[in-house]
Ligand binder design. Structure first.
Ligand code: 13P
Ligand code: SF4
Length: 358
């Protein structure tokens, strides 16, 4: 049916491969709407020398249909830093587009919907960071990339969930201190603190998607699917990571599934993640309790198409802020990339966790 449908729609050729991949994730009816948009977007990209950086939480028709570079926040920032394209379309949320603009001030960076925000980025301002610094002079500020450029500009170095332990330890060593300020995700900070001897001062920011999971969810999953391997994102509360079999960034979760090919798996994270990995891992069954990110879900094939066609909505960062934010992001990018995406070592996790809320 897959081949017949693509041919019936008159869209055989390059799109046939996309349909083969998506045929278990989208219905033929959905494909009939998606296929012409995918074709038009890919044509516009070539005409305008544009690339699409698509986060792992994009829906499968975006992720597999039009993404030129797909991955986690760290991977997308690295790709933004190296692309020669004239236009970057960020299929993700606003802080990701700002990060691309900070790294590529001469390129046009577009986001298909300016309202695609993030509860973590909204939890803290540049003025908050200045106040924290006044109260804790001499301590380095490690800032999660899920923040505005203004907050990054007030920080010393950025991190993502893929490299947070490495960055915290680098900052403590470089500043010659035993404590660092890590903003703004309380749960990420608590999960990182379990992996390092560095003491962490943090903020009460939360990811509205991951904070909703709890240990009872994992217990329920284990009761219903005893053979399922449970993978959790480190923005989840520590009790969730304690109950999981593995924790890591979205790229680390993908890597786990693709390399270990578990028979059955549960990804404790945003819903599209499982759809995207499942398209590449037909031998694994995905159990699907998940939470939707309303911000990521603002991005669609239609608004990506309109973004490219009308070159909207341009994301800009004042150069005075961009220059200082660039230093923080570049310090992170310049750290050696891990040989494979970092995992949170749950077995060796420290039991004494030193975290203070600011
Ligand atoms: P990573 O892709 O870096 O794991 O981040 C997850 C996330 O919540 C991005 O908004
Ligand atoms: Fe922000 Fe959470 Fe959505 Fe990521 S999943 S964009 S951290 S609200």
């Amino acid at each position: 049916m897959a081949d017949g449908f693509a041919q019936g729609a008159g869209l055989e050729g390059p799109l046939d491969a996309v349909w083969q991949k998506l045929s278990r994730q989208v219905t033929p009816l959905e494909w009939r709407a998606h296929a012409p948009l995918i074709e038009a977007i890919n044509r516009l990209k070539a005409e305008k020398n544009a690339v699409i950086l698509a986060h792992n939480y994009m829906t499968p028709e975006i992720f597999h249909g039009v993404g030129d570079f797909v991955g986690d926040s760290l991977g997308l920032a690295r790709e933004a830093a190296r692309t020669d394209a004239r236009i970057i379309v960020q299929a993700g949320v606003h802080f990701m587009a700002e990060t691309s603009k900070v790294l590529c001030p001469d390129k046009t960076v577009l986001i298909p919907d300016l309202r695609a925000g993030c509860s973590l980025a909204a939890s803290i301002t540049g003025a908050d960071v200045r106040l924290i610094r006044e109260r804790h002079p001499g301590l380095p500020v490690v800032t999660y990339v899920n923040t505005s450029a203004e907050v990054k500009a007030e920080s010393d170095v950025c991190c993502t969930s893929a490299n947070a332990v490495q960055v915290v330890e680098w900052a403590a060593k470089t500043w010659g201190v035993d404590r660092v300020i890590m903003l703004p995700d309380e749960f990420l900070a608590r999960n990182v603190a379990r992996q390092t001897a560095v003491k962490i001062l943090t903020w009460k920011g939360r990811c509205e998607v991951h904070e909703r999971f709890d240990a009872a969810d994992i217990a329920e999953i284990r009761a219903s699917w005893p053979d399922a391997e449970v993978l959790a994102h480190p923005e989840c509360p520590p009790e969730v990571l304690e109950a999981a079999d593995f924790a890591g960034s979205t790229a680390a979760m993908t890597n786990y599934v693709m390399s270990r090919k578990p028979k059955r798996v549960v990804l404790i994270t945003e819903c599209s993640m499982a759809d995207n990995v499942a398209a590449d891992a037909p031998e694994t069954e995905f159990v699907r309790p998940c939470n939707l990110c309303p911000h990521m879900k603002r991005i669609s094939l239609q608004n990506i198409h309109d973004a490219l066609l009308n070159e909207q909505f341009e994301v800009t960062v004042p150069e005075a802020i961009a220059e200082r934010a660039r230093l923080s992001v570049q310090r992170m990018i310049d750290l050696p990339p891990p040989a494979k995406p970092a995992r949170y070592d749950l077995v060796k996790a420290r039991h004494h966790v030193d975290v203070e809320l600011l």
